[in-house]
Ligand binder design. Structure first.
Ligand SMILES: Nc1ncnc2c1ncn2[C@@H]1O[C@H](COP(=O)(O)OP(=O)(O)O)[C@@H](O)[C@H]1O
Ligand SMILES: O=C(COP(=O)(O)O)[C@@H](O)CO
Length: 578
């Protein structure tokens, strides 16, 4: 359990404040996370790392000279939003482009990808790299589906040292890809973790058992055994990692490796040293030379009881990058040049942009859109538990919480911009950004995309007519499929959105009113959501638990169907424009 917290919902925000207060000589807070509080070398690449909170020292503890320039910090176990990542990257940009690095989780991939597109659109050169060191998370044939765990540090370290040395963006990216190709982690867990305020663990391991390959959010592992003795665990680690040597290494003996023995939250340092003793003996016996090993906590999963071993197979280039000095709150090596603190003026963030002009008609529609959003918020708040329970069958159980955070953020923003005279289109676009920003995670990114498409189609000049709304829904569908890459049948919200959009657009094309077309499409959505129960998941967190998921509908499909049905009821009541 977690002993110390105030409001569970404020936990992530409060930990950032405390972290910054404790490390002000190295980091400062910006909207969305932290950046260095010291001056970086001008015209060098800025490396931004990030992911959900709850994994300290990943990611904020790795910001400082020689390591990252900034960290985007999401809510507990939820990826940061594209807006957060974008803000952090803008604040850290140093004139030579940005490399965004994260651990290849679904929400991270979407949000970091969007942030990258946005930075590029503004003329800031940007690349992304998803770390994939966890050998248990997908087979050798699906390397790009592997997740990032403690090997994050090796790959971040290589990228950041290259950036610090003045390499250009293409070279920093190439060296980081090489580091990623040569980094492998194998982990085990003895018990899951319990988030602040939660009454039961997010995931569990049976008492006395050890789960091999269990992920840092409880993603299923590959097998279970009795808890072994420390030496036996070291043997399992070394054997697994030596059977997954990078393809370009022909002979193990004589190689040099960087090593991380990582505690995942509640395993004591003393226990780690007992395990490391045997790991060092075994690596030596295999003919490997260990270079600057790290034993401690580098990527955690709250108070999860678990341990992982990481090897980065070095060549001269990677060894130089691994050995380079760094001075971050949670990672220090060698001695870095003393960096000057930034001035107060340099730390100022830019303020809210102006709203576009809107017609009086569109401003009135904005009020109606606001009341639709408020009603959807009420609906989702009543269904947090239900959506969470559905998601918990094969996902991570946070769908209800994420949707609630998103819609409340959207309503707050919509109220604010409606009061400032926003048109319906701008109100939806701002609400979309706020939804994605507050929710984070996969569905946050996708709802942000959807509402932006709808708002863009509706615009700020006239009240939303059936054609514009139908085109906006089609835009939402296309946008979600473009970013999320899911197809019909993959068991996601796409299984509802496609038939909903098709039905709505067909009815509107035949001349039906918006209300009639929407109500008919909402019925289609309801059935499509229930029908996802028969499907086997191919995307998102549910993918590894495919069998367990059959018989239960997809959480995101259910929430989407709920929402379009609530909007349909309101359209009928309000007779919103036809
Ligand atoms: N690639 C994708 N495309 C479309 N929808 C997706 C995709 N991946 C997941 N989803 C939807 O997101 C839902 C999970 O959302 P949520 O639990 O909020 O995010 P996370 O899995 O990041 O915690 C799933 O039920 C599914 O409907
Ligand atoms: O905790 C994380 C969030 O996972 P998503 O599924 O991407 O929301 C992840 O950022 C850990 O790095």
């Amino acid at each position: 359990m977690t002993y110390l917290f105030n409001q569970p919902s404020a936990f992530a925000a409060e930990l950032i404040e405390g972290f910054v207060a404790a490390n002000a000589d190295k980091v400062r807070q910006v909207t969305g996370g932290v950046v260095r509080s010291t001056r970086s070398q001008p015209n060098t690449v800025a490396v931004i790392v990030g992911g959900g909170s709850g994994h300290y020292p990943a990611f904020a503890g790795l910001v400082g000279q020689g390591l990252a320039h900034g960290a985007a910090m999401g809510n507990l176990f939820a990826s940061p939003s594209a807006q957060q990542i974008y803000n952090v990257a803008r604040a850290a940009h140093n004139g030579a482009g940005v490399l965004l690095m994260f651990g290849n989780y679904a929400g991270d991939v979407l949000h970091f990808g969007q942030a990258c597109e946005r930075l590029r659109a503004e003329g800031i050169a940007c690349e992304i790299l998803a770390v994939t060191d966890d050998i248990s998370s997908a087979s050798k044939d699906e390397l790009t589906k592997r997740r990032g765990v403690a090997g994050d540090l090796c790959v971040f370290k290589a990228a950041c040292a290259a950036a610090e040395a003045g390499d250009d963006l293409a070279t920093v990216l190439k060296k980081s890809q090489h580091a990623n190709d040569r980094t492998r982690t194998f982990g085990v867990a003895f018990a899951g973790c319990t988030l602040p305020g939660a009454s039961h663990p997010l995931f569990e391991v049976e008492k006395g058992r050890m789960a091999l390959g269990l992920g840092i959010h409880g993603e299923p592992g590959i097998s279970e055994t009795e808890v072994p003795r420390a030496d036996e665990l070291a043997e399992i680690f070394v054997e697994r990692l030596l059977s997954e040597v990078p393809a370009d290494i022909k002979q193990i003996a004589g190689q040099r490796v960087a090593v991380i023995l990582n505690g995942l939250g509640s395993v004591k340092y003393e226990e780690l040293f007992v395990v490391y003793r045997r790991v060092a003996q075994l690596l030596d016996a295999a003919g490997l030379a260990v270079v600057e090993p790290d034993v401690g906590e580098f990527v955690t999963s709250f108070n999860m009881a678990g341990v992982s071993l990481t090897l980065m197979w070095l060549d001269d280039e990677l060894e130089t990058l691994w050995r380079a000095p760094a001075n971050a709150p949670a990672y220090r090596k060698g001695s870095v040049l003393i960096a000057e603190p930034l001035s107060a003026a340099e730390c100022e963030e830019s303020t809210e942009e102006a709203l576009p002009q809107a017609s009086a008609e569109s401003q009135q529609s904005a009020q109606r859109v606001l009341s639709l959003l408020e009603s959807v918020a009420d609906l989702l708040q009543r269904n947090v538990q239900k959506l969470g329970d559905i998601d918990a069958v094969a996902g991570d159980g946070d769908h209800g919480i994420g949707m609630e955070r998103g819609v409340l953020g959207a309503v707050e923003k919509a109220r604010e911009v409606a009061a400032r005279g926003a048109g319906a289109g701008s109100l939806l676009c701002r609400a979309a950004d706020a939804w994605a920003d507050k929710a984070g995670g996969t569905s946050g990114a996708l709802w942000g995309v959807a509402l932006t498409a709808l708002g863009t189609s509706i615009g700020d000049n006239q009240s939303p007519d059936a054609q514009r709304v139908a085109a906006g829904v089609k835009g939402a569908k296309d946008g979600i499929m473009h970013f999320g890459k899911a197809k019909v049948g993959d068991k996601t919200m796409v299984d509802v959105l496609v038939p909903f959009s098709d039905s709505l657009n067909a009815a509107v094309a035949e001349g039906a009113s918006l209300t009639d077309a929407w109500l008919a499409a909402a019925k289609v959505a309801d059935k499509a959501a229930q029908d996802t129960a028969h499907l086997v998941p191919k995307m998102g967190r549910a993918r590894p638990l495919a069998e367990k998921s059959v018989g239960t509908p997809d959480a995101g499909a259910i929430s989407l169907a709920m929402i379009v049905n609530r909007v349909g009821d309101l359209l009928k009541e309000q007779k919103v424009s036809q």
